[in-house]
Design a protein around this ligand. Sequence first.
Ligand code: GLY
Length: 350
Amino acid sequence: MTEIRIEASRAYSVMIGEGLLSRCGELAAPLVEGRRALVCAGERVFPLYGETVMDSLRRAGFTPFACRYPAGETAKTPQTLLSILESMAECSLTRSDAVFALGGGVTGDMAGLAAALYQRGVDCVLLPTTLLAAVDASVGGKTAVDLPSGKNQMGVIRQPRLVLCDTAAFATLPPDTLAEGWAEVVKTAFLTDGPLRELLLSGRAEKELEETAAACVRVKSALVALDENDRGQRRLLNFGHTAAHAIERCSGYSIPHGRAVAAGMAIMTRAALAKGWCERETLDTLLSLLRRFDLPERCPFSARELLAAAETDKKRAGERFTLVLPRRFGECFLLDTDRDGLGELFTLGL
Ligand code: GLY
C-alpha cells in the first residue's frame, strides 16, 4: 500500500493499494468523529461494491445508510445533488458524521459537493473505483455538478478527509472506462519529468497500477500544494480539457470525459506543432500513447462547433481562455488567449 499526503488547506492522505474498500471503515474511523455514514454510489457501482463498503463500516462501528442514483454524467445535476442532500437529512446525518463517495469522478464530484453543502460541511471520504477518479478527480478537492450551460458550473473546492483507491476495483472496469483513466495518466505524464514518463515509455505502467496511480497523485499533489484554488499552475492539469469539455458538450455527453480529454490533447498538440511550439516527436509520442490505450485522437466536430461550445461552457463571450499547450513530453505551458486565438488553435488542431 502506498500513502501520499496532500498538503492543502486541510491535509489528508491518499492511500492506494489492493483491498482498501473492505478496510474503509477501520481506516476512516479514527478520522471521523460521528458514527453515521451515508454511502453514495451510482446504480452501476453500488451492486459491485456497496455491500463491501457497508460491511466494513458496520465492523468499524458505523451505522451506514445507502444513497443510490442513476449512473453517468447526465445524472450529475442539481436535481441529483438535491436528492443526495435529502438522503443526508432523512438519515439524520449530523455535522460530525461523514459521506462516503463510492464510484468514479461523477460520484466524487457530486457527493463531495453534497458533503460540502450539508449543514455547511460534513466530512467526505472518497472511494474512487475508476482509474480516472483515482489518478485525477479524487485528488485536490474539486467538487461540482453540471448546469444546462456547461460542465462543473456549480461547485466548490473543498478537500476530502481521506481518499482510498482500491486498485482491485480497476479489474472490473469495462475496457473503455479503464482507457479513460489512461487518458488522464497520459495527461499527467505530459506535465512533468519523473517516474511516470518512465513507467509509460517502458510499458510497465499497465502492470504496475499502484505505482502508476501513485506517480500521478504525486504530480497532482505538488500542483495542488502550490495552487489549491486553481488560479495558477494547477491549471496545467487542464491539458486537453478546454477542447474536451467542448467535445463532451457537443456530443450531448455521449462522448465520455476521458475519451474527450484524449482527443482534446491531440487537438492542442497538433495546434502547438503547427505553431512551432513543440516538435513532431511530441505529437508522435502522444499519438502512440493514445493508440496504445485505444483512445481517440480526433473528434467529429468542427472548430466552429467546438468554439461555440467552449464559449457557452464558461459563458465567456468576450472573455479570455487559459489554455495548456505542450512544449515536449514532460513539459506544458499556459497560454492566455481570446476567442479568436482559441478558434485558430482548434482549426489548426483538428
Ligand atoms: N482535474 C484537474 C484539477 O483537479 O485541477
